[in-house]
Design a protein around this ligand. Structure first.
Ligand code: PMV
Length: 320
């Protein structure tokens, strides 16, 4: 038996970094997926084959000995094998359409898909159970993770997320798409989060004022999203970008990419931790081609992304 699960990547539409200090964020999942296929084996090993490399370890290998790239998936595998008292090993194969390390949720989608795929060999986990295990897995590499990414990769659609874990799925049909452009600079979320903490400690008043402004911006944006008011949503993206620049997480390259779409998109901002990663530009059918054309004319790699509304999906197939 093979259990195959896939989970979508994500972008943060609004609120990255400020959410770490109690704010809200708005995230959406996108139609680029990571797929994980797992199968029980007769060995005592957990074997992973992925675009980022391969690994074969004893199924009881202490987690601290595992390469961080594979740690979350090994964690999920060990946890599930132990929970179901399984004598088997596991073969896991990972394929991804989501570029890694650029804020598009590849590691969260991987944790969600792994939790769903591996649990599917033994039981029928609910989305809530998949999410809980995925967040535990993510914490093996980034202890303070907010859980927002895994949440949107699990449920799909657009969600409003608060640091205390409150999730609200926004139930409207978005009449927009995003263009995602990749700066090709990989970032470490934990390093950028530490940098923001330093900014906050050095500039407590400015930071507190920005948190307040971001909170109002998000409330106003929620209203505009419900009305599919692209002009307002775009203007709010531009304002959110200004807040991110003030806390020092944007850079010259991201600035140039945003400048390229300035007059053609409804609005644009960096997405995720920053210091590299991606920008997102708000478009619909009227300006999609122009935004892609503008970015490609400057040799920036980009793609159109639609909002994924399904979240994690899992099915079981007979082997082979
Ligand atoms: O990992 P990224 O690039 O999607 O960004 C994470 C978002 C932060 O707000 C910076 C951190 C967090 O845990 O919410």
């Amino acid at each position: 038996m093979r259990s195959i699960a896939s989970a979508p990547g994500k972008v943060i539409l609004f609120g990255e970094h400020f959410i770490v200090y109690g704010g809200k964020a708005i995230l959406c999942s996108i139609n680029k997926r990571i797929t994980i296929e797992s199968q029980l084996s007769n060995s005592d090993k957990i074997e992973i084959d992925s675009g980022l490399g391969t690994i074969s370890v004893s199924k009881n290998e202490p987690l601290q000995n595992i390469d961080p790239v594979f740690k979350p998936v090994i964690y999920v595998a060990q946890k599930i094998l132990q929970k179901f008292n399984s004598d088997s090993g596991l073969k896991i194969s990972i394929t991804s359409e989501i570029p890694a390390g650029v804020g598009l949720g590849s590691s969260s989608a991987c944790c969600v898909a792994a939790a769903s795929s591996i649990s599917g060999l033994f039981s029928n986990y609910s989305k809530e159970e998949v999410l809980q295990l995925a967040i535990e897995a993510e914490r093996t590499i980034f202890e303070n993770v907010s859980g927002a990414d895994s949440t949107v990769c699990t449920y799909g659609g657009i969600i409003e997320y608060s640091r205390d874990g409150k999730i609200k799925k926004l139930d409207f049909v978005p009449k927009f798409q995003l263009v995602v452009a990749d700066s090709k600079i990989m970032h470490s979320t934990s390093q950028v989060v530490s940098k923001v903490k330093k900014f906050k400690d050095d500039n407590p008043q400015v930071f507190s004022m920005l948190c307040d402004k971001e909170a109002s911006l998000i409330e106003e944006t929620l209203g505009a999203l419900k009305k599919n008011d692209l002009n307002t949503i775009g203007a709010k993206m531009n304002q959110n970008q200004a807040h991110l620049e003030k806390i020092g997480v944007s850079n010259d390259l991201l600035g140039s990419m945003l400048g390229t779409v300035n007059n053609v998109a409804y609005g644009a901002k960096m997405t995720g931790a920053g210091d590299g990663g991606c920008i997102i530009a708000l478009v619909n059918d009227t300006n999609l081609d122009r935004v892609i054309g503008a970015l490609r004319s400057k040799n920036y790699e980009c793609f159109a992304a639609q909002i994924d509304t399904t979240g994690v999906e899992q099915k079981v197939k007979d082997s082979p």
